[in-house]
Design a protein around this ligand. Structure first.
Ligand code: PBE
Length: 270
């Protein structure tokens, strides 16, 4: 039957990304909840770059593929893909991305705190920066260009905030496309305010730990409530949550639109 064919055609494999990503943990949960692991479905760990390259090839050949997908991301702009319905609500509905800062930041760096607290943009704005970086523009330059092109938006974050003179501030992030975009934009805004920002990419767990232990000042990469929910819980009480910097994110499993018979995660079952 068609479904059995799908499973064997793609080796019962969901093409995933880096092991630490929340979407990987959620996909494992989905394999269990939808009883897909009983049918030998498995999740392959790789990286965003490897996953999108596998997706690119599959789409070029019109072959079936199941990937871990999320928005905002250029994969949804570049490729004709759709999210699979998730009746068990494993991945949740909409997600938001929160800004998380170390305790004491408000006292120590009130100017940066205010900017971080106000930082808020739309999936569309984030996508503009992501697409540029995907086109090969240096993240720092893409961030500077976006700031130049959006002075009103940036002014909302920096209004009446005093300039500082070379204060060092450290942001940590995971090198996902979305977080490369947001972290670079925030760092550039802080730089223009007179800070000397450093940004450091790391795995998700050390990123949360860095803010909890005050080794870093802030991160803008907390996908919630589900995707980074485990870390949020683990480190609760050891950070200050400044709330969403972006709303309307989404996480799930995705397939090319030409897979017309596969519309729900349940459809992967034979
Ligand atoms: N993502 C992108 C991450 C968060 C940002 C959805 C791949 C994850 O933890 O799954």
């Amino acid at each position: 039957d068609a479904h059995e064919k799908l499973g064997s055609q793609i080796n019962y494999t969901i093409t995933g990304i880096d092991a630490g990503a929340g979407i990987m943990a959620s996909t494992q949960t989905a394999l269990t909840k939808y009883h897909l692991d009983d049918q030998n479905w498995q999740l392959q760990t790789s990286s965003t770059a490897a996953m999108t390259s596998t997706l690119d090839k599959a789409i070029a050949d019109k072959r079936p593929i199941v990937i871990t997908g999320w928005q905002p991301h250029w994969m949804f702009t570049k490729y004709p893909i759709k999210f699979l319905k998730d009746p068990q609500n494993v991945f949740g509905q909409a997600e938001h991305i929160n800004t998380v800062v170390r305790k004491g930041l408000k006292q120590d760096m009130p100017e940066a705190y205010t900017i971080l607290d106000r930082f808020h943009w739309t999936p569309k704005e984030m996508s503009t920066v992501m697409l540029k970086v995907n086109d090969g523009v240096e993240p720092e330059k893409a961030a500077r260009d976006w700031i130049k092109a959006n002075p009103k938006q940036v002014a909302k974050w920096t209004k009446d905030v005093k300039k500082v003179h070379g204060t060092k501030i450290k942001l940590t992030y995971v090198a996902w496309d979305s977080e490369i975009a947001s972290t670079n934009v925030v760092a550039e805004v802080l730089r223009q305010q007179g800070y000397q920002p450093t940004i450091q990419a790391m795995e998700i767990q050390p990123m949360w730990a860095s803010v909890a232990t005050k080794a870093a000042d802030a991160q803008v990469s907390a996908w919630l409530p589900k995707t980074s929910g485990l870390y949020y819980k683990d480190y609760k009480g050891q950070f200050e949550d400044l709330g969403p910097n972006l709303e309307g994110a989404k996480v799930g499993l995705a397939v090319p639109k030409y897979m017309t018979k596969i519309n729900s995660i349940e459809d992967l079952k034979t």
